[in-house]
Write a protein that binds this ligand. Structure first.
Ligand code: IMP
Length: 432
């Protein structure tokens, strides 16, 4: 009997979802990336070769899977083309089908321009976006000024709409001192986008494809992007991305109702990282933070920016697990902490007040809470060869159990190294 499993990050993104989705995706028939765009970068190694997917689902290298870019994604056409070229050159693109939902939005050139101007104008208060036009594209969508993948199939009919868009957008570009666009500029861009995307545009609604797959008892894997700390509503607003990063977002992004979801697995690092601005209560400044960054190769897969590093944040994990409705937790990068006396934050203090869940506080209050830590000890042996929980040193077991307790759900898997197979599987996600 098939299942539908949602995989998402449980922190501020970069939890190592790609690697796990890739691994569990081997038994999936349908894999859908539901939201976000090239702001994310999911790194995987196949046969020792490294590849990063930004838009395509992380399971594109599996020959069994049909892979889809979902309804709530934002797609920059030439970025998509480059990614496909790169994946093809590396022999990664082996899936049965790669399709793009007609409902996904197109990242337009003026979305990139506007984001650049606005971030610059914010100065120190900048969000620290990835500069991929993500927020401005979602903004166009809700302003009813967006262009969708489906529009590429109706180019002549949308000319008047393009004019309406430019009537609103050009004055803003001019206000920032930027280049304005003519209807012809945009039509040329859209024609090029059509040539790139047309072979991939789904003829059927993605909703129907996913529902039929479930009805015929196939395995469906839904891949979220970023993490709950960056969710547009539940994250540390305004230091967030502009999409829904929660399991709830899987419904709109894949076009399914929540009743179709069997499991929600949250992927979390044994420690914590964040890229860009915004509060990070357990952040480590100084040498230890530097060391963990270097060992964990904590540099953005999309932008190359150094990630901020900190201890595992229990109040964040509690809140994220509840909002995401997790049924299991997957832990990554525990191996990075070998030989380091590891701490886990179990609560924050604000004066006399104890705060157990991050979302009890406003973003502004998070700037000055005092994290309270529990010491987990350190383990000296290399754990990358462990394939059963019992094989792990006691300090590593303690750390992983603590995280599972904070999440309030059982451990599904623990990755103990960056290569495929370096994983302790506690529950087979498809069969248990
Ligand atoms: P945007 O998504 O480019 O608008 O960026 C908004 C915020 O989300 C910034 O702090 C980014 O660094 C962060 N962000 C966006 N995508 C990712 C991701 O995949 N991993 C980690 N942080 C991300």
């Amino acid at each position: 009997m098939g299942r539908l499993i949602v995989y998402g990050g449980n922190q501020w993104g970069d939890e190592g979802k790609g690697r796990l989705v890739h691994e569990f995706g081997e038994d999936a028939d349908v894999v859908v990336r539901v939201a976000g765009g090239a702001n994310s970068g999911h790194t995987q190694f196949v046969d020792g070769v490294k590849a990063v997917t930004h838009l395509a689902p992380s399971a594109v290298s599996h020959s069994r899977a049909r892979c889809f870019l979902g309804n709530d994604m934002v797609i920059y056409p030439t970025g998509f083309e480059q990614e496909i070229t790169d994946l093809t050159a590396k022999g990664f693109l082996r899936c049965q089908q790669l399709g793009v939902s007609r409902l996904a939005q197109l990242v337009m050139p003026y979305c990139l321009d506007l984001e650049k101007f606005r971030e610059h104008a914010r100065g120190k208060a900048a969000i620290g976006t990835t500069g991929r036009g993500i927020g401005t594209t979602y903004e166009m969508q809700v302003r009813r000024l967006g262009l969708r993948v489906t529009d590429l199939l109706h180019l002549e009919q949308i000319r008047a709409y393009v004019k309406t868009i430019l009537n609103e957008i050009n004055p803003e570009l001019a206000h920032w001192g930027g280049q304005t666009y003519t209807v012809e500029d945009i039509m040329t861009f859209l024609e090029q986008a059509r040539q790139i995307l047309e072979p991939y545009i789904l003829k059927e609604p993605l909703s129907k494809i996913v529902t039929q797959a479930r009805d015929s008892e196939q395995n469906v894997l839904i891949e979220l992007a970023q993490g709950p700390g960056l969710d547009k509503t539940h994250g540390t607003y305004p230091y967030v991305t502009s999409s829904c990063t929660l399991a709830g977002g899987a419904c709109s992004g894949a076009g399914i109702g929540p009743t179709l979801i069997d499991e929600v697995y949250g992927v979390t690092k044994a420690y914590c990282t964040r890229v860009g601005g915004g509060p990070f209560p357990t952040e480590l400044d100084g040498d230890l933070g530097e060391e963990i960054r270097a060992r964990g190769q904590e540099y953005g897969a999309s932008t190359g920016r150094p990630r901020r590093v900190g201890w595992h944040d229990g109040p964040q994990t509690r809140a994220a697990s509840r909002v995401g409705g997790l049924t299991g937790v997957v832990i990554t990068k525990g191996d990075v902490l070998q030989g380091i006396n590891t701490m886990v934050c179990d609560y924050y203090q604000q004066g006399d007040r104890i705060i157990r869940d991050l979302d009890e506080l406003d973003t502004l209050d998070l700037q000055d809470v005092q994290p309270h830590f529990q010491e987990m000890g350190s383990f000296d042996n290399d754990i990358s060869g462990c394939r059963a929980f019992e094989d792990l040193p006691k300090a590593a077991q303690k750390l992983f159990l603590m995280i599972s307790q904070l999440a309030g759900v059982p451990l599904v898997a623990i990755s103990v190294g960056q290569h495929k197979g370096q994983t302790i599987i506690m529950q087979n996600p498809w069969r248990d």
